[in-house]
Design a protein. Structure first.
Length: 255
C-alpha cells in the first residue's frame, strides 16, 4: 500500500509540472511514464480487492447458495429432530408397556402369595381348632373319668363307713365332701378347658389378622408404585403358641 501512495504522489507531481496546451485546460504529460505508474498502481493493489469484487459480483449467487444450504440444513435438522422424537416416543411407549407388564406380574405374584397365605392360615386354623377340640375332649374325658372315679371311691368309702357302725356319721360327711370335691374339680376342669380353647383361638386370630394386614399393605404399596413393604422387610414369623403342648391341669382327686 505504501507503493500505491508513492505512485499517486508521483502522478500528481507529473500533472502539476506538465506544460499546458495553449488556449485549453489540457496539459502535456509523458505518456510512457504515466502508463508505467498506472501499471505499478494496478500491481500494487492487494489481491483481496479483486476477491472482494468477485464476491460482490457473485453475492446474489452466494446468498442464494447460503440460503439453499441453510434451508437444507434446517430441513435435515427437522427430519433428524422428528426421527429422534419418534424414537423417543417409541422407547417411552415400550418402557411404559414394560412397566405395566412388570406391575401386572408383581400384582399377580402378590395376589398369588396372598392366596397362599390365606390357604396356609386356613389350614393352620383348621389344625389348631382340631387340636383344641381334641384337647378339650381329652380334658373333658379326663375330668369325667376323674369324676367317676371320685364318685366311685366316695361310694365305696361311704359303703365301707356305713358298714362300720362307729364311723357312720364321719363316713357320710366324708362321702359328701368327696362328691362335692369331685363336682368342683369337674367344673374347674371344664372351665380350664374352655379358657384354653378360647386363648388358642384368640392367639390364632391375632396371627391371622397380622398376616392379612401385611398382605393388604403390600398390595396397596404395589398399586401406588412405592414398592412392596414385604420386598424390603422380612415377614414376621413366629411359631404359634398353639403348637406348644398344652399343660395338663393337676388333678386333685387323690386323697
Amino acid at each position: 500500500m505504501f507503493r500505491v501512495f508513492e505512485s499517486l504522489d508521483e502522478l500528481v507531481q507529473i500533472i502539476e509540472e506538465a506544460h499546458g496546451v495553449p488556449l485549453s485546460a489540457n496539459c502535456m504529460v509523458p505518456r510512457q511514464r504515466v502508463l508505467e505508474l498506472l501499471d505499478e498502481l494496478r500491481d500494487a493493489f492487494p489481491a483481496e480487492l479483486d476477491d472482494a469484487q468477485d464476491v460482490l459480483d457473485q453475492r446474489d449467487e452466494i446468498i442464494n447458495d447460503a440460503e439453499s444450504r441453510a434451508n437444507n440444513t434446517i430441513a435435515s435438522a427437522d427430519d433428524e429432530a422428528n426421527r429422534i422424537i419418534d424414537e423417543a416416543e417409541a422407547r417411552a411407549t415400550q418402557e411404559i408397556d414394560d412397566a405395566h407388564a412388570r406391575a401386572d406380574a408383581t400384582i399377580n405374584s402378590a395376589e398369588d402369595e396372598a392366596q397362599r397365605v390365606r390357604d396356609d392360615a386356613q389350614r393352620e386354623y383348621d389344625d389348631v381348632v382340631g387340636r383344641a377340640a381334641a384337647e378339650a375332649d381329652r380334658l373333658v374325658t379326663a375330668g369325667n373319668d376323674s369324676y367317676e372315679r371320685s364318685v366311685a371311691e366316695g361310694r365305696e368309702e361311704q359303703a365301707r363307713l356305713i358298714a362300720e357302725s362307729t364311723v357312720v356319721r364321719e363316713a357320710n360327711e366324708e362321702a359328701r365332701r368327696v362328691v362335692s370335691e369331685a363336682h368342683a374339680d369337674s367344673t374347674r376342669l371344664r372351665e380350664e378347658c374352655d379358657r384354653y380353647v378360647d386363648g388358642k383361638l384368640a392367639e390364632f386370630e391375632e396371627s391371622l389378622s397380622t398376616t392379612l394386614r401385611s398382605v393388604s399393605r403390600d398390595r396397596s404399596a404395589l398399586r401406588s408404585g412405592a414398592g412392596a413393604a414385604g420386598a424390603s422387610e422380612p415377614r414376621e414369623t413366629r411359631e404359634p403358641r398353639e403348637a406348644r403342648e398344652p399343660r395338663e391341669p393337676r388333678r386333685r382327686y387323690e386323697r
